[in-house]
Write a new protein. Structure first.
Length: 166
């Protein structure tokens, strides 16, 4: 027995199927998009945190670095924090150099000196009452970063060279 297909019924079925796909697509877009009256519709998505301040409130550290606790010493005194934070991570030395250059300037540190060699980079920054030395060192698996912050000898902290020698 041979089945006859009416061309008009085939076209009607195709139109219905296409309409179902079109309408279901519109409903999917409508549920995930924001309405025109929504005030948050024009706000950008919040950025993921990529850096954090640890013990030093004005030295930003990339989140890719983790603290090496047995090589970290931080001294808290009234009104001042100093010490050495050692960190490690799988980050390229040049990107860390760029990161610290940019963010230390944003936190009002002045570049005093920078030394770059094949395996180590040393960056020295200063504020009126303290100095920060950042050392970036490549090793086999990790890149190590040491961030040291100490009072400036002639800074506003009351320290002078004669006080330290006595």
């Amino acid at each position: 027995m041979k089945v006859k297909y009416n061309i008009k019924s085939v076209v009607n079925i195709l139109i219905v199927v296409l309409l179902v796909f079109f309408i279901s697509g519109c409903f999917g877009l409508g549920s995930s998009s924001k309405s025109e009256g929504d005030p948050t519709a024009t706000q950008p998505k919040s950025k993921k945190t990529t850096a954090i301040y640890y013990d030093f409130e004005d030295v930003l550290i990339p989140m890719e670095l983790s603290i090496v606790k047995n090589r970290t010493v931080v001294i808290l005194t009234p009104g001042f924090t100093s010490g050495l934070i050692t960190l490690k991570g799988r980050v390229e030395r040049q990107s860390l150099f760029n990161f610290f250059n940019h963010n230390m300037a944003k936190d009002n540190w002045t570049v005093i000196s920078q030394i770059k060699s094949p395996g180590i980079t040393i960056m020295v920054f200063q504020k009126p009452s303290r100095t920060s030395v950042i050392t970036i060192r490549d090793e086999q698996i990790y890149t190590y970063v040491e961030v040291g912050v100490a009072p400036t000898i002639t800074g506003g902290s009351g320290l002078s060279r004669s006080n330290l020698i006595e």
